[in-house]
Write a protein that binds this ligand. Structure first.
Ligand code: 8DG
Ligand code: MG
Length: 135
């Protein structure tokens, strides 16, 4: 039997933003809504007509107020939560300018790769963090 899934599918561009101290920028989600309070790599939904790279650059400026250079693709993770399917296309990015501000999130932080274990991320992020550690 074939089952057609009606679950919402979000196509998301995600940034792993590096600074010159080999730190990564992470943000904590707002205390309301899906995956409340969890930490994530900043990003958001792709808009019609834009590439994933353009999406990432735009979302980071909108959400954090900083300029970045979008670099190499790291991994694409397709994950289904109980009420939501996400496709996270993750790129390495380099920090260029501006002070990160928590415009659409609760908090932002620069952290080292070895510090990521101290933060709670959504389930889909396990694969992203594993890919980062493999390098
Ligand atoms: N930006 C980002 N989203 C992630 C990560 N891991 C993960 O499961 N997600 C999920 C959470 C959200 O459901 C979705 C991102 O979509 P979004 O940022 O456009 O949506 P949202 O839930 O924040 O809110 P909204 O804009 O739909 O109101 O992907 C991650 O590391 N970064
Ligand atoms: Mg978002």
């Amino acid at each position: 039997m074939t089952e057609i899934s009606n679950v919402t599918h979000k196509i998301i561009g995600v940034a792993v933003i590096w600074n010159n101290e080999k730190q990564i920028l992470i943000d904590r989600r707002l205390p309301t809504g899906t995956m409340a309070n969890l930490w994530e790599f900043p990003g958001g939904k792709i808009e019609t007509g834009e590439t994933i790279e353009e999406c990432i650059e735009r979302e980071i400026l909108e959400e954090l107020g900083i300029k970045i250079e979008v670099g190499k693709h790291l991994i694409t993770v397709d994950h289904t939560y109980p009420h939501l399917r996400v496709t996270l296309t993750v790129h390495h990015c380099h920090y260029l300018s501006g002070i990160p501000q928590a415009i659409e999130c609760a908090e932002v932080r620069w952290v080292g790769l070895d510090e990521l274990d101290n933060f709670d991320f959504p389930e889909a992020n396990g694969e992203i963090i594993a890919a980062l550690r493999k390098r």
